[in-house]
Write a protein of this length. Structure first.
Length: 634
């Protein structure tokens, strides 16, 4: 999340420097970079309360004198007679709707609103949507605006029971809902993918002067994973997934009204509110001696009380956790709060001794398996141990981090198949992966440690393997080298229910490590672990582009020089290169060498001109070599 320094400064009375604020943010555990007076923040998932100017200023209140009050409207708001039904109370226990009708909208925004777009280099949409986006930035509460005139006589419900599953988003993207999603519907027609993104049909425009503003609290677990599911970029879902303040709705809507009033004449304002009434601030025992014990400190009670007050906690007979801090549950959480404020570097270190653990036979087996497969061009993957497969043997987690992954895996192959589909979509044409992991079952808690491997696509990126496809025989021959027979256990994975358009086949096998340990226990001198194995590199989300060049070499004595030149050339944006074709005509003594060059950037989609420039950097040193030509080059 990007936060402008000068916007944050509005809340800090002493106007500290950007460098000083940066040091305090790091002390509080908020990782960031500074780019042209903009804090590019990285918040941990449990700190959704900091995803706003107000939230960050609240945290900084322990170091600086702050003014956290916002200018909100005090106008009397009449009750809105809205036909609304909440059929998802367990997922949305509080929601409000504000209907505002205006006239005489100003041509220009006030400085505080204009600077939001200018300083963060954001595009404006329309009056009401711009205010909605600003409220989310300033207060951390997402809102959504419907053009009231497009709703007709509203009959709105929050539900997952819909008659039509097609939905066009505000981004003009058509998605097909699967019937399990929480949506807002108007007369049974979907108008909003709840907590994620609104619909094009009821969107506000520059001509909108009558708006219905939705302001809701969604239980985080009801939102997690849904934006990813439909590949929708959504700031709202990012905030809802991490938890917003369930009690802030009236304040957020009154702030919305005030910003509207700063720019237009309000001729009508009515509000509808629903709350299940189940919100109660968590209460914790006052036990500062316990905090000192956890941290190894000797701070006095007054220091702890002062810190709690500055962080928004209240206390008399107990400690009351503020409604926006949904990450505080116990004394350990409180200890972490104090540690951030004190500074971890000021807490005395304590030495502990751990018993030396000797490697056992199974450790040696695992190392040898990994070394063997890596030498054969495989990549190790480590997947999340949880899944959504609720088969009869799966163990269900009581409090999963992700409601879409609430079961422990009962096999490893399914995860590897997902990895292959992921890589296929990123234009990988030779995929060889493996994973070693424990597998759990309700019938026998720890079933086994499994080795699973999966392959798809070309055998390799060289002229011998380029035209050959990975198959059962490839896996079978691989393990025959170490005396393991796998013929009957290798699976041909059907793609019928997979999100893949490629026809390449997937082959996989899953084995118990203990069943093959004797084959891998002896030291395999050819496959020892090496320090120069390829390490993890981030995968670019931008597409790659490939170019094939076929060079003709008339003098056989120049072939090796040509190959070395091609192997060592490093033009800009080159991600990978390899020889895919080699042919020598003994009668003419002409050798033809085919190379594929793959280009990709981590920052953008490459243009043809950028790739052509890199291609020229490859061709030029080749044509300097005597007898080397590029057929077809003009």
């Amino acid at each position: 999340m990007k936060i402008a320094y000068k916007h944050l400064l509005r809340f800090l009375k002493n106007k500290p420097s950007i460098e000083d604020i940066s040091k305090k943010l790091f002390q509080l555990g908020h990782e960031h970079e500074i780019q042209s007076s903009i804090f590019d923040m990285e918040f941990t998932p449990n700190r959704g309360d900091c995803l706003s100017l107000l939230g960050l200023a609240r945290d900084l209140n322990v170091f600086y004198e702050t003014d956290l009050e916002l200018n909100i409207s005090n106008l009397e708001i009449k009750k809105l007679n809205l036909n609304f039904t909440n059929n998802a109370i367990d997922k949305c226990p509080a929601i409000s709707f504000l209907n505002i009708q205006v006239e005489d909208i100003a041509d220009n925004y006030e400085d505080y609103l204009e600077s939001y777009f200018v300083d963060l280099k954001l595009n404006k949409n329309n009056f009401f949507t711009d205010i909605s986006n600003y409220i989310a930035y300033e207060m951390g509460q997402p809102t959504h605006c419907y053009d009231y005139s497009k709703l007709g006589e509203p009959k709105i419900s929050l539900t997952n029971e819909i008659s039509e599953n097609k939905f066009k988003t505000l981004l003009d993207k058509n998605i097909e809902l699967d019937g399990t999603d929480m949506v807002f519907s108007n007369h049974n027609k979907v108008i909003n993918l709840a907590g994620i993104i609104g619909g094009m049909e009821t969107a506000c425009t520059n001509n909108t002067n009558d708006v219905l503003v939705e302001c809701a609290y969604f239980v985080p677990e009801s939102i997690i994973g849904r934006a990813v599911k439909y590949n929708v970029q959504s700031d709202a879902s990012h905030k809802f997934e991490r938890g917003v303040d369930p009690t802030i709705q009236e304040k957020a809507l009154r702030r919305f009204m005030q910003i509207v009033a700063d720019h237009a004449k309000i001729i009508k304002a009515e509000i509808f509110s629903y709350s299940s009434g189940n919100f109660q601030n968590k209460e914790l025992e006052i036990n500062f001696s316990k905090i000192n014990s956890i941290l190894g400190t000797n701070e006095n009670d007054d220091m702890y009380k002062d810190t709690l007050m500055k962080l928004g906690f209240n206390y008399d007979k107990c400690i009351r956790v503020p409604s926006y801090r949904n990450d505080i549950y116990n004394q350990n959480d409180l200890a972490e709060e104090f540690a951030r404020v004190i500074g971890y570097n000021k807490i005395r270190s304590k030495s502990i001794s751990l018993p030396k653990i000797k490697n056992n036979k199974l450790d040696t087996v695992e190392r040898n398996i990994k070394s063997f497969l890596i030498e054969k061009g495989f990549f190790e993957v480590i997947n999340f141990p949880f899944c959504n497969d609720s088969n009869k043997d799966a163990i269900k987690i009581d409090n999963p981090l992700d409601s879409n992954r609430e079961y422990l895996r009962t096999n490893v192959i399914d995860s590897l198949v997902s990895n292959i589909i992921y890589n296929e979509k990123r234009q990988k044409d030779s995929i060889k992966i493996f994973e070693i992991s424990n597998i759990y079952s309700s019938t026998d808690i720890l079933v086994d440690k499994k080795l699973a491997i999966a392959v798809s696509g070309r055998c390799g990126h060289n002229y011998k393997d380029f035209s050959n496809q990975l198959d059962k025989k490839y896996i079978s021959n691989l393990f025959e080298e170490v005396g393991v027979n796998l013929d009957e256990e290798i699976l041909n994975i059907s793609k019928d229910n997979l999100d893949s358009k490629l026809k390449t086949k997937i082959f996989a096998v899953e084995l118990s490590v203990k069943d093959i340990q004797e084959n891998f226990y002896q030291e395999l001198s050819s496959y020892r672990t090496k320090e120069d194995y390829a390490q993890y590199e981030p995968i670019s989300e931008f597409p790659s582009s490939s170019r094939d060049l076929s060079f003709s070499i008339g003098d056989s004595s120049k072939v090796q020089l040509a190959i070395e030149t091609l192997d060592n050339v490093k033009p800009k944006f080159l991600k990978e290169s390899f020889m895919f074709d080699y042919y020598k005509n003994n009668e003419t003594d002409i050798t033809k060498v085919g190379y594929r060059f793959i280009f990709q950037s981590h920052k953008k989609t490459l243009t043809d001109s950028e790739i052509d420039e890199s291609i020229n950097d490859i061709i030029e040193p080749m044509l300097i070599i005597d007898s080397v030509s590029l057929p077809g080059l003009k």
